[in-house]
Design a protein around this ligand. Structure first.
Ligand code: GLU
Length: 499
């Protein structure tokens, strides 16, 4: 099946984060969709920094954005960190460009200087609130003759530049995911384009940048739908062709009830989860899984296929299959995808990725041993950070089982000591303790002792691994080695006998 986007000409797309917060799942998904379309069509992907909001600016988030995208495997062709033919790509360095275009709008009658003081605007706002009216600029400065207002501005009077919204008619804007939106212009405000400090606001900056950078498709979150008509107006005022607009829906909290709030985010982190990309690695997620997961939060290929590598996504992604309904964040789905991608890794690769988790848990890792245990982990892990808990004992010289855990289910300490002693004797007779060799004699022993295999193997597991949950018992024993297994069984007998 060929998707319509596959016949697209090379696109120019951009991810335009504001360095006001950490890179989260929503931003990452927007970046991903951009990247996929750029790579699919042989176009360019641009990373533009929208840093005009100096009050909320957090410099450290710039690096976080770059690191987060790289971790996901997303790269770009032009950007604030590397330049390119349409730079600068940092909005704070484009102040003069926006001013020039704002003046162009003033000259053509689509914008005007506004000298109203913040106090006056505050009073106006208050009055409108009291009368339960829509908050609107009342147009006081709208009709000041241009020569006059220009002279006042040139004389240094404090001013902003506002868009002169038509007072009649309506505007149609169209997003690729939704029906046309038609808005009566009288419901729209004379929005500020340039603040009194001369810095452009998003609405002007985004239009100017997307035009000058020759952006063909704009992917941005659905929170921008409300100002979408204003952007349509600004394009019309300039007489510029609009890009294809795509507004994927924002994510809902895991319960599906509303958007994630700061408080939800904090609670999630307390519970050991996170919506921030640079936390995902530490939580034991593979970038491949995160990419697969977020790609499907708002897009599907068909109703069946769920496992996608980045290359699959590049091949199969299409705007037509994006879904405008909001998706709830599901961490159980992420675990599911993580499991699938863990199982898809080559053993060497998985071994390399597991190593830091053991080291972080305080183990000195023997590479050969890790190589041996990786296959046992690969079929079971949901997240990489579960590995030390399940298999850290492989790197211990000795294990120290808890005496109470050595007691078999529904058994006494004496019975358990005896059972452990019998296991010891059976294994001692065997020269090799590979799973194939030991399984039958141990099952026979359970029968002979009138024990369930679960009871017997439970004791054995705690004795040789020091824990109740571990990698598969027989395979683990083979790796631990005959000598150590026998030593640990003796130790277990001794512990049990002192109880
Ligand atoms: N800077 C905006 C944000 O971070 C981006 C909106 C856009 O992509 O146009 O939400």
């Amino acid at each position: 099946m060929t998707s319509p986007t596959q016949s697209l000409k090379p696109v120019r797309v951009r991810f335009a984060p504001s360095p006001t917060g950490r890179l989260h799942l929503g931003g990452a998904r927007t970046a991903l969709y951009n990247y996929l379309l750029a790579r699919q069509t042989g176009g360019q992907f641009i990373l533009r920094l929208e840093d005009t909001d100096r009050k909320r600016y957090q410099p450290e988030t710039e690096k976080e954005i770059v690191d987060g995208l790289h971790w996901l495997g997303i790269d770009w062709d032009e950007g604030f960190d590397r330049g390119g033919p349409f730079g600068p790509y940092r909005q704070s360095e484009r102040k003069d460009i926006y001013l020039e275009y704002a003046h162009q709008l003033i000259d053509s009658g689509h914008a005007y200087f506004c000298f109203c003081s913040p106090e006056r605007l505050q009073t106006l706002r208050q009055a409108q609130l009291e009368k339960k009216q829509q908050i609107h600029y009342d147009g006081t400065c709208r009709d000041i003759p241009l020569e006059k207002s220009r002279a006042r501005a040139a004389a240094g009077e404090r001013h902003v530049i506002r868009f002169k919204m038509p007072r009649e008619g309506s505007i149609k804007v169209k997003d690729a995911l939704r029906e046309e939106i038609i808005i009566d212009n009288r419901t729209l405000d004379d929005s500020i384009l340039v603040k009194s400090d001369g810095l452009a606001l998003y609405h002007l900056a985004v239009v100017v940048d997307d035009h000058l950078m020759k952006i063909t498709h704009v992917f941005r979150g659905s929170e921008w739908l409300s100002t979408f008509p204003l952007h349509g107006h600004i394009y019309q005022a300039f007489g510029w062709e609009q890009p294809v607009w795509v507004h994927p829906s924002v994510f809902l909290k895991p319960s599906g009830k509303g958007k994630m709030s700061k408080r939800d985010t904090a609670q999630l982190m307390k519970d050991g989860q996170s919506i921030f990309i640079t936390d995902m690695a530490d939580l034991g997620y593979l970038p491949e899984a995160v990419v697969n997961w977020i790609a499907l939060m708002g897009w599907s290929y068909d109703d069946q296929m769920e496992f996608f590598t980045m290359n699959d996504l590049i091949e199969k992604f299409s705007i037509e299959k994006l879904n405008p309904s909001p998706a709830a964040i599901s961490f159980s789905k992420l675990d599911h995808f993580n499991g699938l991608h863990i199982r898809n890794l080559a053993l060497d690769d998985l071994t390399k990725r597991l190593k830091p988790f053991f080291q972080k848990a305080g183990y000195t890792v023997d590479d050969e041993r890790l190589q041996e245990i990786t296959p046992l982990l690969q079929i079971r892990l949901k997240t990489l950070d579960e590995a030390p808990e399940k298999a850290g004992f492989f790197f211990k010289e000795e294990v120290k089982p808890r005496p109470d855990e050595l007691i078999g289910e529904k058994m006494t300490a004496v019975e358990s000591a005896m059972a452990a002693q019998r296991v010891f004797e059976v294994l001692k007779e065997l020269l090799d303790i590979s799973p194939q060799t030991i399984e039958e004699p141990l099952r026979n022993l359970a029968d002979e002792l009138h024990l369930q295999t679960g009871q017997l193997f439970g004791i054995l597991r705690v004795a040789v691994t020091g824990q109740k949950v571990s990698t598969p018992l027989f395979e683990s024993m083979a790796i631990i080695g005959r000598t150590n297994v026998l030593k640990r069984l003796q130790q277990a007998v001794q512990i049990l006998e002192t109880l």
